[in-house]
Design a protein around this ligand. Structure first.
Ligand code: GLP
Length: 259
């Protein structure tokens, strides 16, 4: 894993946005996989800013959202579709026909998951997949458990995840959907390049286990160790439990070793 640590969450966001903008220059037809959550919000804002300044052209790109809640319409204010539209898609020039979402209100959710897998394959697979990490080590909505699922599938959300996402539903975990649709671990690991973004001390333990821990379904992010091209973009707090890390970017620091 290629670990890039920055002095602040703002510096992480700027670097992640630059990473995407550069990938768009190298591959204008880039197929992106994109997460929701608080972590990527600043990077999405920076991408909108770069786009407005002529520095990020999405005209020929394609995007797939990583996951979606079950049982709410795509226009529900708490849906990940609403979230992605607001934070990214409304502010960049991705053609609507090439922006893909899971439909958590579909009548037949199994067919909906298969449709998504087929659509990703038809787009040629995901070139660059951005990921956040749940405080419990989940990626997408692949929750810790005895087993993980390879393909896009329906999941029951962990209680901690429902608490963590409750802000989207007026702060009330009971108002949160109990289930979601998510790309599976296989869908994720098939991406050509993966960029995992984590900021804040709450993520430090999960990041530590993802990097240094054993591969385990109890920490889905640990399976990223199986992938050849994973980059971690971390701030100091999220990197705080790693064995060694180095802060880069403006005002960079020397190598730092921690416990
Ligand atoms: C959500 C999403 C994940 C996201 C994670 C972390 O549940 N399904 O894709 O990475 O939680 O969210 P946050 O960035 O708000 O901590």
């Amino acid at each position: 894993m290629d670990i890039r640590t920055f002095d602040s969450a703002e510096a992480v966001a700027a670097a992640v946005a630059r990473r995407v903008a550069e990938a768009l220059v190298t591959t204008p037809t880039l197929v992106l996989g994109l997460p929701s959550g608080r972590t990527p919000v600043a990077a999405y804002a920076e991408l909108r800013r770069l786009h407005a300044a002529g520095g990020a052209d999405f005209a020929r790109a394609t995007a797939f959202a990583l996951d979606e809640f079950v049982g709410i319409s795509s226009v529900h204010p708490g849906s990940f579709r609403t979230f992605m539209e607001r934070h990214l898609f409304q502010g960049v020039n991705l053609p609507a026909s090439r922006v893909h979402f899971l439909d958590g209100a579909a009548g037949d959710l199994e067919t909906e998951c298969e449709r998504y897998e087929t659509t990703i394959d038809a787009a040629g697979g995901i070139d660059l997949l951005l990921l956040g990490i749940g405080a419990n080590g989940h990626i997408g909505f692949n929750e810790p458990g005895d087993a993980l699922v390879a393909r896009t599938h329906r999941v029951t959300l962990a209680a901690t995840t429902r608490r963590d996402n409750a802000a989207l539903f007026g702060g009330d975990p009971r108002a949160m959907p109990r289930e979601a649709l998510s790309m599976g671990m296989g869908s994720i690991l098939k991406a050509t390049s993966i960029v995992l973004v984590a900021t804040g001390a709450r993520k430090a333990r999960g990041v530590e286990r993802a990097v240094h821990g054993p591969l385990t379904t109890r920490l889905p992010a640990s399976l990223l160790q199986l992938h050849r091209r994973v980059e971690l973009y971390l701030d100091r707090a999220a990197a705080g439990r790693l064995h060694t890390w180095r802060v880069e970017g403006p005002g960079g620091f020397d190598d730092t070793t921690c416990a």
